[in-house]
Design a protein around this ligand. Structure first.
Ligand SMILES: Cc1ncc(COP(=O)(O)O)c(C=O)c1O
Length: 427
């Protein structure tokens, strides 16, 4: 079977990107630059003191939203005996527990809200730091006549909703059919409007897009096409660099970094990859993880059709327990960016995802949602599949010298009964 047939037949696979260029070449062709990432980092710093005021739990992190890098040697047992010895350097980047909204979408989502907040503030001739001396009521009254609109499978809506409402903005979230009930409830509880769609994520985004009107103060955050979201995610790279240095983890051509990130529309993993490639160049290898039922990015890249092909065109249904990854078409702009930058993608079945979720809980007592468990399949593919082994040989990589990072992307806010349902559903 060729790659496309395997995708159509929902066969799990690792795909290595044949169009990848050296990071130097690829990054020189991208329309966003390292300066844009630096601007994003500066904006996050500007908002940090205000975030401590709005969310006192951020005092300890000085208002910066980041997660821990946690060594998970016990998980090495999960992978076949053959490679267990090769997995001494395996970590989780714990975005499942990011402050305030508990998922990777906080990184881009909060950042996109900050961009809009600064736009509105500039109309009033004031800066973010001016808000520090204002009362909560005064801050909220500044934004009360403005609205945010977003289409989401759940976690982006939650991030935009929580941050937007903290500033007093009105927030409307268009939720796709796959979105979980508890995410809708949480949003309604904080005063956001939730519009439920009997259709998929692309349709929810389309309706959200048409309802926006900036001249009337209704701002659309476009998960399918937002450079703001992308840059917010990209800032994670320098945070990771600091953590690696603190742990004395060397990243160079002899000691490469392999990063496995769950992918839906592509903004979060794409932005992070973009940031990581700027910092670590060809010494970082980035792979996206998708469900066999919704390999939107893999299909877009394999066919070269990006967002003009949907997984529905090849008979797949989006029927996956990984609600955050239940996306039929990738972001056009992210797919274009990843075409020459990304190292590869892999797919996995829901059962496998649920099994990783269970194992991670059994070994570490950590609760994640199904989407967040997808990256765990990365080391297995790399070290144990023919494609993975070939990749290592072709790139002259000694598997013992790899540092693996599995990006766990959501789950800390999930209600207990929801987690238990997923735990019990694992094989
Ligand atoms: C838990 C989780 N992981 C990963 C992703 C993928 O992010 P993106 O859609 O930007 O690719 C999402 C998206 O909502 C998510 O909720």
């Amino acid at each position: 079977m060729n790659t496309l047939e395997m995708i159509k037949n929902q066969k799990p696979l690792l795909w290595v990107n044949p169009s990848k260029l050296s990071s130097k070449k690829s990054l020189s062709k991208q329309f966003l630059t390292f300066t844009d990432i630096k601007d994003a980092e500066d904006r996050l710093q500007r908002f940090a003191p205000l975030l401590i005021k709005l969310f006192p739990e951020l005092e300890a992190s000085k208002g910066i939203i980041d997660s821990e890098l946690i060594k998970i040697s016990n998980m090495a047992e999960l992978y076949s005996a053959e490679e267990t010895g090769l997995l001494s350097n395996i970590y989780v980047k714990a975005d499942h527990s990011l402050a305030v909204s508990g998922s990777i979408k906080a990184r881009g989502g909060f950042y996109a809200v900050f961009v809009i907040i600064e736009k509105i503030l500039s109309e009033h001739g004031i800066s973010v730091s001016n808000l520090l001396s204002k009362s909560f009521d005064d801050i909220r009254s500044l934004f009360a006549s403005r609205s945010l609109v977003v289409g989401s499978t759940g976690n982006l809506g939650l991030s935009i909703g929580l941050m937007g409402r903290a500033f007093g903005l009105n927030v409307t979230v268009h939720m796709s059919l796959d979105a979980k009930e508890w995410k809708k409830k949480k949003l309604r509880d904080i005063g956001a409007t939730v519009v439920e769609h009997e259709s998929d994520y692309s349709e929810a985004c389309r309706v959200a897009r048409t309802s926006a009107n900036e001249s009337r103060g209704i701002y659309f955050i476009d998960d399918e096409n937002s450079t703001d979201l992308f840059l917010g995610y990209s800032a994670a790279a320098s945070m990771l660099l600091r953590q690696l240095k603190k742990k004395n983890i060397i990243v160079d051509s002899d000691h490469p970094l392999f990063v496995y990130i769950p992918c839906g529309v592509g903004g979060a993993p794409g932005g992070i990859t973009f940031g990581l490639k700027h910092i670590f160049r060809d010494n970082v290898h980035c792979f996206f993880a998708e469900p066999v039922e919704a390999p939107a990015m893999m299909l877009g890249l394999v066919t070269g059709k990006n967002s003009s092909v949907s997984i529905k065109d090849i008979g797949l249904t989006l029927d996956t327990c990984a609600d955050g990854l239940a996306v039929g078409t990738p972001s056009e702009f992210v797919a274009t960016s990843m075409n020459t930058l990304l190292d590869g993608c892999f797919t996995l079945e829901d059962n496998v995802m649920l099994n990783y979720l269970k194992e991670f809980y059994d070994k570490y007592g950590t609760k994640i949602e199904p989407s967040a468990a997808a990256g765990f399949a990365g080391p297995e593919y790399l070290l144990n599949s023919e494609t993975g082994k070939r990749y290592l040989i072709q790139n002259k990589i000694d598997p013992e010298k790899i540092t693996h990072i599995i990006w766990t992307t959501g789950g800390s806010m999930e209600p207990e009964e929801e987690f238990q349902r997923n735990y019990r559903a694992s094989p």
